[in-house]
Design a protein around this ligand. Structure first.
Ligand SMILES: Cc1cc2nc3c(=O)[nH]c(=O)nc-3n(C[C@H](O)[C@H](O)[C@H](O)COP(=O)(O)O)c2cc1C
Length: 401
């Protein structure tokens, strides 16, 4: 049932395991899915378009242009897809995906897509073990893609080890589970969630700023998780290298605390839940020099003035919103977090301590404690994606009370 009517876009790249995709196409079609196959030019050496188009009941494409000069519209393919599966994913295609080397129809479609991406790598033993492959798979995972790990077995080269593409049945199961979960877990459907993320940069002159080390990972993980649960997400992010890949997420990029303030309150009235995870600068230079400050004197004094307190104002303006703040403390953690909860009129606060190894800025992991007026809960060190789940589970418990 989970796959009934779902649009699955399969991108085949040039590995020997391509022949197994014919079986997968057949199984997907039998499960009620609609399947569109795209191929890299190299993949055409491994499996025929005729077989794949017959099984999928759709024309199969590998070029940007048809022989008659028509454009095989990668944007349309991308928007059509409910899920993209790259299988087999060669070392080459994986590298192009994570580095944005957009020189064929498969990569252009992948880069235009908003739907979840599943990657089933297939390589020979040493290729799979190579540090570049490992790093590229990690990057793909950081992008939020689902990796279907290669299995151990006999490889086409005759070597035995890890690198064999997962069997079609296992890939089908992953897609089935994904759509099954997605249907089941829409616990935030109908809700609008505002999330602030990342640092703010406070300009000193046209080239310099005062900033902080926040990466935005926590806020982006929260946004992805809320979107997966069916919420409409307004993500207001300071300068961050993070990207979000879900159609429910609307990103507003800002630079300074004042810009973040303006963007938050442009949207605040229409949200049900607001989560302020951004590390907003408390102070900003009183004056921004119009020209680059020259290195003339031995010392330089910059006068800083207080920025508007976004979280406090959110607490003051709160009407119906469930408001969550973050506290990053270095001492008297629990006391300070509870103080902030009360003073800023929050419904919940998430504390992470810089004293905990693996928690805080620039880390992929976080260790949190959550406080409400009457409750307190500690969590173990986890990936920020898992922490996002814990936070949203807690929020959902609170709003259902
Ligand atoms: C017989 C044969 C089998 C291959 N199998 C694989 C493979 O399993 N995995 C892989 O990463 N590359 C494999 N390659 C190398 C790729 O085909 C090659 O890197 C190609 O440039 C990939 O292009 P694409 O990623 O655009 O499809 C194989 C090449 C040949 C000739």
């Amino acid at each position: 049932m989970a796959l009934e009517g779902k649009h699955v876009l399969i991108c085949i790249s040039g590995g020997i395991a391509a022949y197994k995709i014919t079986l997968l196409v057949r199984m997907l079609v039998k499960s009620g899915a609609e399947v569109q196959v795209l191929m890299t030019p190299a993949a055409e050496n491994f499996v025929s378009k005729l077989t794949l188009s017959t099984l999928s009941k759709r024309a199969v494409y590998s070029d940007f242009y048809g022989a008659d000069g028509t454009w095989n519209n990668h944007v349309e393919f991308a928007l059509w897809a409910d899920a993209i599966l790259v299988a087999p994913c060669t070392a080459n295609t994986l590298a192009k995906m994570v580095h944005g080397i957009c020189d064929n129809l498969v990569i252009a479609t992948y880069m235009s897509a908003k739907s979840p991406v599943f990657i089933a790598p297939a390589m020979d033993l040493d290729m799979y073990r190579h540090p570049s492959t490992k790093q590229n798979l990690e990057m793909a995972e950081d992008f939020g893609h689902f990796i279907i790990p290669a299995e151990i077995g006999e490889l086409a080269s005759g070597l035995v080890g890890e690198g064999r593409m997962a069997e079609p049945e296992a890939i089908l199961e992953k897609l089935h589970d994904y759509f099954g979960e997605a249907e089941k877990d829409k616990s935030l459907s109908g809700k609008t969630v505002l999330i602030t993320a990342g640092p703010t940069y406070e300009a000193l002159d046209p080239v310099r700023f005062i900033g902080n080390h926040s990466s935005g990972k926590m806020g982006f993980s929260l946004a992805e998780e809320a979107a997966k649960r069916g919420a409409k997400v307004i993500l207001i992010s300071g300068p961050s290298a993070q990207t979000a890949h879900h159609q429910n997420i609307e990103i507003h990029r800002v630079m300074s605390a004042k810009e973040m303030y303006a963007e938050v309150f442009r949207n605040y009235d229409r949200v049900d839940i607001a989560i302020a995870s951004a590390a907003v600068a408390d102070y900003a230079p009183k004056e921004i020099a119009t020209e680059k400050i020259k290195k003339n004197d031995d010392s330089l004094t910059v006068e800083l003035v207080k920025n508007p307190d976004i979280l406090k104002t959110m607490g003051e303006k709160k009407t119906h919103q469930f408001l969550v703040g973050f506290a990053l403390e270095t001492q008297n953690e629990a006391e300070n977090a509870k103080g902030k909860l009360k003073n800023k009129n929050l419904d919940m606060i998430v504390l992470n301590s810089l004293r905990d190894e693996g928690a805080g800025f620039q880390q992929d992991t976080n260790k949190i404690r959550i406080f409400t007026k009457n409750e307190e809960k500690s969590f173990l060190l986890k990936s920020k994606r898992e922490v996002a789940k814990d936070i949203l589970n807690f929020v959902e418990e609170q709003i259902s009370k």
